[in-house]
Structure formats: C-alpha cells, structure tokens
Design a protein around this ligand. Structure first.
Ligand code: OGA
Ligand code: MN
Length: 213
C-alpha cells in the first residue's frame, strides 16, 4: 500500500532528468540558473562575510605535500560548510542539494549517503592544476558538484575557466566552462580530470561531493 502511494507520489522533474541523461551520456552536466540571481546573491554575501571573518584555510592536497608544492598545484582558500549549522543562505543551498540527491537516489540507485561541501575563493593569479577529485584516496566521491557565486557581470576575460578533459573515442577533448553565477557543473569524480585556469579576478564558488558509503 505505501509503495503504491510512493509511486503515485513521484513526479518526474525535467531538470533533474536532463542532469541524469547528460551525466549518463557525457559524464558531466552543466546547468545554468540552477540557483536564482537572488539565491546567488545571499550565498555570495555569505561567502564574502565568512572570508572577511578570516575563517578560510589554504586548501590542501593529499597530506604529505608541503605548502610550497601545494601552491604550485592549487591556490584557492576554502571553508567547509556544516549543514547542521547552516545560516539562511546555506539552508537555501542545502534545500536544493537535498532535493536533487533525493531524486537521484529514487531514480538512479546511486546510493548517495554522504555529502560534503566547501566554499572556495581563488584570489587573483591562483589556479588548480589538472587533477581527479579522488586523489585523497576517497573513492566514495561519486559526483563532484561546483556552483559559481561570481558577480553577474563576470566576463570570460576574468579567467578561472573550468576545463574538463573528455574522452572522445580515444581523442582528448577540452570542454571549457566559464564560472558564470548561478551555473552548476556536476561530473563523475572518479572519471573526469579537470583543472581551473588562472584567475584574473577573485573567483567565488561552492564545491562539493556526493558520496556513496
Ligand atoms: C575542485 C575543483 C573546480 C571549479 O575544487 O576540486 O576542481 O571549477 N573545482 O572550481
Ligand atoms: Mn576538482
């Protein structure tokens, strides 16, 4: 009986179906306006406030590298977000994430049980060299999720493009993604190598991972 109700309860969501199809076909999905202008606005205020409080840490890679080496690989500063202590902006963010995760779990049997998200700021002249998101020996990372919180007038000349390295029948193809505000990129963490090109203007984002058990 309850199963019947659940089945009747299910409403197909075209946006999520598009994401699922794209990831299935090409290992990534790009969604413009996943977050509205208003949502990006409150999230941008949140990231900038926290940065001003000096809460951010230099991002690490793996564990055994010293700071000098890290700087040659990535130059962003990050702050992990604790969902249990969400402010208003973060609760808006997690509401959308949890809705998407619920849908993925219902329709794709992905079994996403954990998630982790951090704010990221790339100061001018920083970058993140080509990498896979599973380098920390965390093979539970299934899907990488990036959402951009830059200003509405963000220009391609500001740099900081995300480049996804795709495989087209054995040929490597570069997919360039500009970090326009409200845009979300989701990709298979264990498959797609990618990098962030040097930025000319401070670049703001939230990055996270949807993880299996
Ligand atoms: C990362 C990453 C991509 C981006 O944080 O691991 O690859 O576009 N971010 O910010
Ligand atoms: Mn990455």
């Amino acid at each position: 009986m309850s199963q019947l109700f659940e089945a009747l309860d299910f409403v197909e969501n075209p946006l999520y179906e598009q994401i699922i199809n794209d990831i299935g076909k090409q290992k990534y999905a790009i969604v413009d306006d996943f977050f509205s202008v208003e949502e990006v606005d409150v999230l941008r205020t949140s990231i900038l406030d926290k940065h001003e409080e000096d809460a951010f840490k230099k991002a690490a890679i793996g564990n055994k590298f010293d700071e000098l080496i890290v700087k040659t690989i990535r130059g962003d500063v990050i702050l992990w977000i604790d969902e249990a202590k969400s402010n208003y902006a973060e609760s808006l963010f997690f509401k959308k994430i949890n809705d998407l995760v619920g849908y993925l779990n219902k329709t794709c049997f992905l079994g996403i049980l954990h998630k982790e998200f951090h704010y990221a700021i790339y100061p001018k002249a920083t970058f993140y060299k080509r990498h896979l998101d599973t380098f920390k020996n965390d093979d539970r990372r299934k899907l990488s999720f990036v959402c951009y919180l830059n200003h509405e007038d963000w220009q391609p000349e500001n740099g900081g493009e995300l480049v996804l390295y795709l495989d087209d029948n054995g040929q490597e193809v570069e997919k360039v993604v500009y970090p326009f505000p409200g845009r979300v990129v989701i990709f298979e963490s264990q498959i797609l190598e990618h990098e962030v090109k040097p930025v000319n203007t401070k670049r703001l984002s939230i990055t996270g991972w949807l993880k299996t058990r």
